[in-house]
Design a protein around this ligand. Structure first.
Ligand SMILES: [Cu+2]
Length: 414
């Protein structure tokens, strides 16, 4: 019996060891960071990011890269997300592994929150400077006050080098060049240490004598006054006057050292300039749209009317950052993130050129693992089974036209 017990104990110990070791070596890399768990209909019906470009995917520390692109603010904005009247163009990274040197919407620098209009399309650019070595999944992102984070597509970017060499020089309006990475740090440390030490000194002064029981007894016996001597009072006055003197001196010496300071600059930026979109010559009507549950695809029946003067073909359907392409019409050359790019994901029942002035009804299937991986299939759990997305048509000359589609998306179970 004892023998069996020992054996069991030994074996379970070995099992535990194996499990712990396995857990240590098995560290799967997450490829999405937050967006997957958000409601699918919200991701499809808020902000559509497109034409994204990450200028590099490997950057040495102190070098910069840009993320640029466009975003369309969907007119059928969900009720539960506040309108993007106060929004902030952010970047989704795990802490400042990059610093944001600048961000622009429509060519205007946007260090503050901005007002966006429903139905408009904007151009943006973010300039990032690499700070911490590693592999980082860098997302574009919009924070909407009263709504939350609206996360755009993320792409892996590798930072090489050492963080110790990172510098962040800024020239002030007084002409001094400072390194924001370390600027004023020793001053902060000094004053916090100084005041903390002063607090400890005050406690130490009293705690050199017995603190609790004898004092408690003295107070109980009616001899509380005997606990504070004349010297104690002098020391207390010393601390009080000293503190005021140091504050006054510190303040005036700081004013002398930094004679020009301004308050924090804040306030909403209005009047963001949207892109003037060319007049649309293609008209699309969504007759119906369905998706199989479970499944990896959605189908749409579209009636496409070409009112332009050049024949067009459908090249791309983009929803929630997932891009479904028909490779016969459009091939991505921007290095779009693999997990979001369905290079052959778009099938059109008849994708021959639609001549000017004609109309055609086609079956369109957008199919890719991304539909499941990015949990767009989880629309089945959402309280609003509607989708929205961007269709991109290409004419013979390769000119592109963006058409917004929006319709109910009905599940089918058999
Ligand atoms: Cu991510």
């Amino acid at each position: 019996m004892k023998l069996i017990k020992d054996k069991v104990a030994k074996l379970s110990f070995v099992a535990l060891l194996v499990t712990v070791t396995a857990a240590m070596f098995y560290a799967p890399t997450a490829s999405a960071h937050g967006e997957k768990s958000q409601a699918a209909f919200m991701r499809m019906r808020t902000i559509h990011w497109f034409d994204l470009n990450w200028s590099k995917d490997t950057v040495p520390v102190n070098d910069t890269m840009t993320i640029s692109g466009k975003f369309h603010v969907f007119a059928g904005w969900p009720e539960t997300v506040d309108k993007p009247e106060i929004s902030f163009l952010n970047i989704g990274i795990p802490g400042p592994v990059f610093i944001r040197q600048g961000s622009w919407i429509g060519g205007q620098l946007v260090p503050r929150s901005v007002s966006l209009e429903l139905g408009e399309t904007y151009e943006f650019k973010v300039l990032l400077k690499a700070r911490r070595p590693g592999d980082w999944h860098v997302h574009t992102m919009m924070n909407v006050k009263g709504g939350g984070p609206i996360i755009g597509p993320g792409k892996w970017v590798t930072v090489t080098g050492t963080m110790g060499s990172f510098v962040n020089p800024v020239t002030t309006l007084l002409g001094d060049t400072i390194n924001l990475e370390t600027y004023n740090l020793s001053n902060t440390y000094f004053w916090h240490a100084f005041w903390y030490a002063l607090g400890l000194a005050w406690l130490g002064y009293w705690a050199r004598k017995p603190v609790f029981v004898p004092r408690h007894i003295a107070v109980e016996a009616g001899k509380a006054d005997s606990l504070i001597t004349a010297t104690d009072k002098k020391v207390a006055m010393g601390f009080a006057i000293g503190t005021i003197a140091v504050v006054a001196f510190g303040m005036s010496s700081t004013n002398a050292a930094y004679p020009v300071t301004t308050p924090l600059q804040a306030g909403l930026l209005r009047g963001m300039k949207p892109i003037e979109m060319p007049a649309k010559t293609v008209n699309v009507k969504v007759e119906d749209a369905t998706y199989r549950v479970p499944g990896r695809a959605m189908q749409m029946t579209l009636t496409i009317t070409n009112n332009g003067d050049s024949s067009v073909r459908l090249g791309e359907f983009n929803t929630a950052g997932v891009r479904f392409l028909d490779p016969k019409v459009h091939v991505d050359e921007t290095g779009y993130p693999d997990d979001l790019l369905a290079e052959e994901g778009l099938t059109v029942s008849d994708n021959s050129p639609i001549a000017p002035g004609t109309s055609r009804t086609v079956q369109v299937t957008a199919s890719d693992a991304a539909w499941e991986v990015y949990r767009l299939a989880d629309l089945i759990y959402d309280p609003d089974s509607r989708f929205a997305g961007l269709l991109f048509f290409f004419d013979e000359a390769g000119n592109r036209q963006m058409i917004m589609v929006d319709a109910p998306l009905i599940p089918s179970f058999i």
